[in-house]
Ligand binder design. Structure first.
Ligand code: NAD
Length: 438
């Protein structure tokens, strides 16, 4: 049963009392929690995978690859480097303070932090921030998405059984529970989801001067240059776009290319869909379903935005929407007005590189931008002349699996970042220290 606002307030108070005792600060406590989380994932991974299948039709292999093993890698990377990251960093001291003065920085935990997760990778996007928050020595409230109810329930059960419940609490629920949480004072709020709710989170945080990390979405373009090997491009676009039925924040949202390349890319994409998902993707065990009817209806309404190259068929009862490629899409068409967040890949044509850069710069800064080009000049110009959370050359999605790269958006796609040591920085205060002997 979900907690009442009073119970939520009491939960936050309890965690704050634990934090005040200093229990979460020693590195030994942090690493013990990370190891316990790792054990939870290795021992009960199949339970989580079953929940992910119930919520999203995710295959077990994909649940491990994109959520469970992903989080284990993040834990292992953190355990391997945490001592190193936490080492105080000396700062050069100016001459006027004397030769005996020293200065350095150290990471302090923030206190009690809140992590709010979405439904599309409902385990990874709750647990990866949790890894960083624990590594930094915080008490943590995590709020799984109510739109992935089986995963939410599994996470609540498993995290409560494995972690220190005086310092880590799971609050399940939807808007009323999140609203009650946001009324509380936290020392940091880490939100992953859409920009509308991101604004609600930031407004609530402002009341308490609480810093926020907003991991949002948007339309991530994929620019395909003339002369690129379209067989390779199509294969990688299809695997990146249709993973989790397109419900991935960094999925290529649409293709930008010149008309001649578009004409050649269409059959290549159709062939790649057949190669990866077979002639009837409905029967492919590794093809996910749309999360709910509301999103299914939103997506099928976008199918009229262009000429169907491949896919287009759907089954509302099964929440199945085939991997679909749309050609001849006008930039003003409905499919180009909002983040698609589903298995529809529109192709929009531009005259060439200059127009592609202008097209990208005219719109909100994307979470990810992908470039398929062997031209050094094209790659360099796009890096220099556009702004996006991340930039991937030749391979969609993969940058977020590099633990030493910061993952986050810019502008409308979010603020702040995490993964690896960037998570430690997000969930810590870097304190300045100066010492002069008496
Ligand atoms: P969602 O509907 O699950 O919402 C996310 C969280 O916000 C949930 O925990 C939900 O309970 C809470 N919430 C919803 N309405 C609220 C309200 N009125 N007040 C307070 N809290 C509320 O997920 P979503 O937003 O549909 O997720 C999809 C979006 O997230 C897409 O835009 C996607 O690109 C983005 N996303 C970004 C990343 C990233 O890492 N940058 C990752 C995944 C998804």
């Amino acid at each position: 049963m979900n907690q009442t606002p009073e119970q939520i307030g009491a939960t936050v108070d309890r965690l704050r009392a634990t934090f005040r005792t200093g229990r979460t600060k020693p590195v030994a406590w942090r690493t013990a929690q990370l190891r316990a989380l790792r054990t939870m994932l290795t021992d009960q991974g199949t339970e989580l995978a079953a929940a992910l299948h119930a919520d999203l039709g995710k295959s077990e292999a994909e649940a491990y690859r994109t959520e469970i093993d992903f989080t284990i890698r993040e834990i292992d990377h953190t355990l391997a480097h945490l001592d190193d990251w936490l080492r105080p960093e000396p700062a050069p001291v100016p001459a006027h303070l004397g030769a005996d003065a020293t200065a350095w920085t150290q990471y302090d935990p923030l206190g009690v932090v809140l992590v709010i997760a979405p439904w599309n990778y409902p385990a990874q996007l709750l647990l990866a921030p949790l890894v960083g928050a624990l590594a930094a020595g915080n008490a943590v409230v995590v709020k799984p998405s109510e739109l992935a109810p089986a995963t939410s329930a599994a996470l609540a059960r498993l995290l409560t059984a494995h972690l220190d419940t005086d310092a880590v609490a799971v609050v399940e629920g939807g808007v009323p529970e999140t609203t009650a949480l946001l009324a509380e004072r936290f020392d940091h709020i880490f939100y992953t989801g859409n920009g509308t709710v991101g604004r609600i989170v930031m407004r609530a945080a402002a009341e308490h001067l609480t810093p926020v990390t907003l991991e949002l979405g948007g339309k991530s373009p994929a620019f395909v240059d003339a002369g690129a090997d379209l067989h390779v491009v199509a294969d990688r676009l299809v695997r990146g776009k249709f993973l989790n039925a397109g419900q991935t924040c960094v999925a290529p949202d649409y293709v930008l290319t010149d008309p001649a390349t578009a004409a050649a890319l269409e059959p290549a994409l159709a062939a790649a869909v057949e190669k990866v998902y077979g002639t009837d993707p409905r029967t492919a065990p590794h093809y996910s379903r749309i999360v709910n009817e509301r999103h299914f209806d939103r997506l099928t309404a976008l199918l009229d935005s262009g000429r169907v190259v491949v896919g287009g068929d759907s089954d509302r009862d099964a929440k199945y929407l085939a991997p679909t490629v749309l050609a001849d899409v006008d930039p003003k068409a409905p499919v180009m007005q909002e983040e698609i967040f589903g298995p529809i890949l529109p192709i929009v044509t531009v005259a060439g590189l200059d127009e592609a850069i202008a097209f990208i710069d005219d719109r909100d800064k994307p979470l990810a931008l992908y470039v398929f080009s062997d031209s050094e000049d094209t790659r360099r110009r796009i890096a220099a002349e556009t702004s996006s959370g991340g930039l991937g050359y030749g391979l969609p999605l993969a940058h977020l699996t590099v633990s030493d790269l910061p993952f986050g958006g810019v502008g409308e796609s979010g603020m702040g970042n995490y993964h690896g040591r960037y998570s430690l920085e997000t969930f810590s205060h870097r304190k300045a220290l100066l010492s002069k002997p008496l």
